[in-house]
Design a protein around this ligand. Structure first.
Ligand code: 4NP
Length: 161
């Protein structure tokens, strides 16, 4: 029998410097508090910022809520991510479409919108791109990510007890 390994979750946005690293930092923080063993990573559909740390506005907004992002570095999604991860969660519908275009057919069921996990508590179905806006966009990203993260942790407790 195959040994049970911890679940693996990949969080994806366009640049991997604003939304997905924010979700990465928040999810890691909450998993740690919940003492759940889950591997988390994040990536971008585009390569513009590969190797860069998160946007300083995302890092500052997360820091105000006690979440560190400064250990993260951007990378681009690779085809083998669809095999290596159990869930590949997109921040918006455009990211979802781009992921589905790359994803081998047998792994398509792993590719979903992150905000699905907010369930009834969802304010929006997507996490809007804050890159060209003001600081309030980064606060909104955190608000949305925190609610979806709670739902994702409930899902993990149910599915991977
Ligand atoms: P992210 O935000 O997808 O949340 O990381 C963006 C970061 C950079 C760019 C667009 C969105 N950009 O065009 O460089």
């Amino acid at each position: 029998m195959k040994p049970q390994s911890s679940p693996r979750i990949l969080l994806v946005c366009l640049g991997n410097i604003c939304r997905s690293p924010t979700a990465h930092g928040v999810l890691e923080h909450r998993l740690n508090e919940a003492a759940l063993d889950v591997f988390v990573d994040s990536a971008g559909t585009a390569a513009y910022h590969v190797g860069n740390p998160p946007d300083h506005r995302a890092t500052a907004a997360a820091q105000r809520r006690g979440i560190r992002l400064d250990h993260l570095r951007a990378r681009q999604v690779a085809t083998d991510d669809f095999e290596r991860f159990d869930l590949v969660l997109a921040m918006d519908r455009e990211n979802l479409e781009d992921l589905l275009a790359l994803c081998p057919i047998e792994h398509r069921g792993k590719v979903r919108l992150f905000q699905e996990f907010a369930g009834e508590r969802a304010v929006l179905r997507e996490v809007p791109d804050p890159y060209y806006g003001g600081d309030d966009g980064f606060e909104q990203v955190l608000d949305l990510v925190e609610v979806a993260t709670e739902g994702l942790i409930e899902h993990l407790r149910r599915e991977c007890p």
